[in-house]
Design a protein around this ligand. Structure first.
Ligand SMILES: O=C(CO)[C@@H](O)[C@H](O)[C@H](O)[C@H](O)COP(=O)(O)O
Ligand SMILES: [Zn+2]
Length: 197
């Protein structure tokens, strides 16, 4: 296969994964938008975490809430738990990498807040521990996963929302996670502002 063919196949696969995900994710994404808006209008905040590409997704989401997505609106409260290298290195060094997010959730998470937990495998130990901490502090969890949801799928409880991309390849799942994150931002703006375009 030459490179052009290979690249074209990636575009095809990505588009196909997104289309297949639409029927699984549209309804829980709408629920997640409503949960997040209810949190934000009640002075709650959204904490977001994940590893690698999913850390970038967590930061991308927080940037669009605190700054803006497509429309001008008030700043919204979101924090990526992936960015403070002093906190991350101290916790990893003194305790374990498995609790780098959980300890931040325990420090910052209040009842009524939302944890956006992102893991393509559903099996990252530090994201799992963050969900346990969120449950202990009465946060609602919105989980973005793939590959059947892994251990995170088993850990979620009533009131949480599972957005599981029906795919096995990490890259394709990540690409669909980014679309889901933009659907969340668009939906939040729509409910807060009545933005229709
Ligand atoms: O972006 C990629 C692969 O596309 C990697 O950086 C990937 O995010 C990392 O391997 C993560 O550690 C994977 O964790 P997870 O999605 O299984 O929770
Ligand atoms: Zn990636």
């Amino acid at each position: 296969m030459d490179l052009i063919e290979r690249i074209s196949q990636q575009f095809q696969d990505s588009a196909q994964t997104k289309l297949e995900a639409m029927e699984f994710l549209a309804a829980p994404l709408a629920d997640a938008v409503q949960t997040m808006v209810a949190c934000l209008v009640n002075n709650g905040k959204i904490l977001a975490c994940g590893n690698g590409g999913s850390a970038a997704d967590a930061q991308h989401f927080a940037a669009e809430l605190v700054g803006r997505f497509e429309a001008e609106r008030q700043e919204l409260a979101a924090i990526a738990l992936t960015t403070d290298s002093s906190i991350l290195t101290a916790i990893a060094n003194d305790y374990s990498y498995n609790v780098v997010f959980a300890k931040q959730v325990r420090a910052l998470g209040q009842p009524g807040d939302v944890l956006l937990a992102i893991s393509t495998s559903g099996n990252s130990a530090n994201v799992i521990e963050a969900i346990r901490a969120a449950h202990d502090n009465d946060l609602t969890v919105v989980a973005l996963t793939g590959k059947g949801g892994g251990q995170i799928g088993q850990l979620l409880r009533e009131g949480d929302i599972h957005l599981c991309v029906p795919a096995e390849r990490t890259a394709r799942i990540q690409e669909t996670h980014l679309l889901a994150i933009h659907c969340l931002c668009d939906g939040i703006d729509c409910l807060l502002l009545g933005v229709d375009e």
